[in-house]
Design a protein around this ligand. Sequence first.
Ligand SMILES: CC(C)(COP(=O)(O)OP(=O)(O)OC[C@H]1O[C@@H](n2cnc3c(N)ncnc32)[C@H](O)[C@@H]1OP(=O)(O)O)[C@@H](O)C(=O)NCCC(=O)NCCS
Length: 167
Amino acid sequence: MTGVDVVVRVRAAHARDEAGLASLDAASWTAESGFPSVMERASGFFTEDSPPEAHLVAEIDGRLVGYIRVKPATRLPENAHVFGVFGLAVAPGGRRQGVATALLGAAEEHARARGGSKLSLRVLSTNTGAQRLYEGLGYEREGVLRGEFIINGRSVDDVLMAKRLAP
Ligand SMILES: CC(C)(COP(=O)(O)OP(=O)(O)OC[C@H]1O[C@@H](n2cnc3c(N)ncnc32)[C@H](O)[C@@H]1OP(=O)(O)O)[C@@H](O)C(=O)NCCC(=O)NCCS
């Protein structure tokens, strides 16, 4: 909960959230935060690799306002202690009310409950707002893939960030 009146509820996603999540996704990303090629793709929200179980959603007053996609970073047993955030978005009208903070907190709990001790993510160098969010929550920069993407003719780095999860 943040602010005076805003209560953010985070819950597991259900298959029936698909349409709401697809429209939230379509409204949320820009060329600074995501990939234009992905935004143009009109496909379902859930996939075989990212089913409802890999998502937590946030609601304010019963309205879907955000989601986080969290799952094991890879399938390797040697890497089983690492979970990854593979998507995080908050509807433009729901921002700066602590929704992403609540989703990340819930994702950390989700990972910890499944044996995770590290949560990692990638963020575009152009996405300074998200980097500020992650830094404020204790995520550290672990590396930078220089010039990893060219987005609208501009060279963009991929910034690797992670947080150690307390047991
Ligand atoms: C980035 C994003 C998820 C943040 O969601 P949010 O619910 O607004 O974040 P919060 O309210 O929890 O923010 C907590 C703090 O993070 C920082 N922060 C968040 N967004 C910020 C922004 N755009 N600029 C600067 N700081 C920001 C602030 O310190 C903020 O605290 P404050 O509002 O008291 O100043 C949201 O802007 C979004 O969906 N963007 C498009 C998709 C995206 O970039 N996803 C992340 C991809 S890696």
